[in-house]
Ligand binder design. Structure first.
Ligand SMILES: Nc1ncnc2c1ncn2[C@@H]1O[C@H](COP(=O)(O)OP(=O)(O)O)[C@@H](O)[C@H]1O
Ligand SMILES: [Mg+2]
Length: 315
């Protein structure tokens, strides 16, 4: 049964299709005969209880430089569609949060993936704290004295902004590092939010593993090994993707998270594991599905559409 699908995403002309998970989802949807409409978050409108958007019909092709064709804009009622893909990238700021409030009005009549209310309630580095036994020793705070005490207790630590992404402003501070005070002052002037202060995990040199769960079940994984001169494994910072399997501990982590993700309508989730520890649960616009497939892994875009289609059939 063909579905009417709209995608809310960043400007499609700017994406890098080779690594973009949203693009992989669009290609798969189109190949299944679903009709696609496209809009950016600034074309979304709430009037009373009705949610509309100025969408453009979309065709996609897996050809860099010539990857899409858009039709003429038309105003449509998103509540009359089968599926809306909520796929704009962070920053997870008030602009982001506002779109979740608006899209919440059409859920579940229209299936919004991921569920906007739960996306809003599960910022990647905060959500992990619901599973304290799976995460490394961690503080979320701006309090100088609390950080000092944690540092004295843990030794080598990592400090990163709570709503950071793509490895922005992630610092490792060794026990004796004299830059701590200046770093604290600089951060305090640049960000209003708390910091994540975390025990440094030496296993990061072997990679930060992205594990993808579809409707709460393990679907595929890719390891990301940092460049020799950087702490950060993010591919945008030179991290190199490698094929990988799950360890027993990683399977345990997936089994623990699965039911919570399914319950919350978090259908497409990417979790990050360093060594034996869960560090992030990405629910806003997770990536990694093209990397998994390129390394010989499963076709996660197909698994996601299988799930969406099954849910629509039941509705
Ligand atoms: N506790 C830690 N120990 C060692 N390395 C870390 C730790 N936290 C983060 N890193 C490194 O920094 C990178 C970015 O941190 P992460 O928490 O994933 O934030 P972001 O949202 O910016 O990706 C990770 O991929 C990893 O390489
Ligand atoms: Mg990360």
């Amino acid at each position: 049964m063909p579905l009417n699908v709209a995608v809310q995403m960043d400007p499609i002309e700017r994406i890098n299709i080779r690594g973009d998970s949203t693009f992989a989802l669009l290609l798969e949807a189109q190949s299944r005969g679903h009709s696609l409409s496209y809009y950016t978050p600034d074309r979304l409108t709430l009037r009373g209880t009705e949610v509309s958007a100025a969408v453009r019909p979309l065709k996609v092709r897996d050809q860099a430089g010539d990857h899409f064709t858009l039709g003429d804009p038309q105003l449509i009622d998103l509540g009359a569609l089968d599926v809306v893909l909520l796929r704009q990238d962070p920053p997870f700021d008030l602009a982001y949060i506002s779109t979740t409030h608006v899209l919440e009005r059409i859920q579940p009549r229209t299936l919004v993936v991921n569920d906007p209310a739960h996306v809003r309630n599960a910022p990647e580095k905060v959500f992990v704290t619901e599973f304290p036994d799976l995460m490394p020793p961690t503080l979320i705070t701006r309090d100088l004295e609390a950080i000092k005490a944690f540092r004295a207790e843990q030794g080598d630590i990592v400090m990163k902004p709570l709503y950071g992404k793509g490895g922005e402003a992630v610092f490792r501070l060794a026990r004796e590092d004299l830059n701590f005070g200046s770093l604290y002052d600089l951060f305090a002037t640049m960000f209003r939010e708390p910091w994540v202060v975390q025990k440094f995990l030496p296993a990061v040199k072997d990679g930060d593993k992205r594990i993808i769960l579809v409707d709460g079940e393990f679907a595929g994984a890719v390891n990301r090994v940092p460049a020799p001169d950087d702490l950060r494994s993010n591919m945008v910072r030179g991290g190199v993707p490698k094929a990988t399997d799950l360890s027993a501990r990683e399977r345990e982590i997936c089994a623990r998270l699965g039911p919570s993700l399914r319950e919350r309508g978090l259908l497409f989730v990417g979790i990050d594991v360093i060594g034996d520890y869960l560090t992030e649960i990405n629910v806003t616009s997770p990536t990694g599905i093209r990397a998994v497939k390129n390394l010989g892994g499963p076709d996660i875009a197909a698994l996601i559409w299988d799930k969406i289609e099954a849910k629509r059939k039941k509705a």
